[in-house]
Design a protein around this ligand. Sequence first.
Ligand SMILES: CC(C)(COP(=O)(O)OP(=O)(O)OC[C@H]1O[C@@H](n2cnc3c(N)ncnc32)[C@H](O)[C@@H]1OP(=O)(O)O)[C@@H](O)C(=O)NCCC(=O)NCCS
Length: 184
Amino acid sequence: MATSSAGPAVVIRPMIADDLPVAMVILNGAILTSTATFRTDPVDLAERREWLVGLAKDNYPCFVAESIEFSNRESETTAKVTRVLGWCNLSCYRSLQGYINTVEISLYIQEGFRGRGLGTKLINDILPEARKRGYRTILAMVAMENEINVRFWEKQGFKQCGVLRGVGRKFDRWLDVGVYQLML
Ligand SMILES: CC(C)(COP(=O)(O)OP(=O)(O)OC[C@H]1O[C@@H](n2cnc3c(N)ncnc32)[C@H](O)[C@@H]1OP(=O)(O)O)[C@@H](O)C(=O)NCCC(=O)NCCS
């Protein structure tokens, strides 16, 4: 898996159960403060455990971006400090059998660590996994008011193939959802 050379190393690796408390905090931040997700109620650890087990059972990849620092950089033998900064997963788009080659993508980076290339790193590692598993296309569903997200997905090569008008409601607002698609 990839590491970066500047600043703390960032490794992209599969999510494990120990990552769930941090992933839950990141997701709950997005739930409570943004329209990045249309969930409105915070999730708990039991729900997140079930989610991760479900992804593994259905063979959907889920990767975290983790920063790694060593308290003694000379020897790299002393305390290793790691921190999960975000994650990306694929999931079922629709359960009907005819949709089996289509997946939806989710991606969350901890506030304070956005705009540093972590989302791009996660995408760069998850796309080969998607191809390996034989998926044909990936969809990102994006609340159109989130201009940063729109730019992000476009930069990753996703093309807008439609806008669903007013299908979402959060914070007392009707929300349009852009369907962004990447053919693999
Ligand atoms: C959207 C998100 C996943 C992007 O991840 P990221 O690590 O911040 O993105 P990157 O640093 O890899 O940025 C890649 C591109 O996205 C766009 N972008 C990212 N952050 C941006 C910002 N703060 N302002 C403007 N453009 C931005 C830019 O086009 C950027 O390319 P550039 O650096 O060459 O200009 C992240 O901001 C996030 O977690 N947001 C909250 C949760 C969310 O909205 N998830 C997606 C739901 S659809």
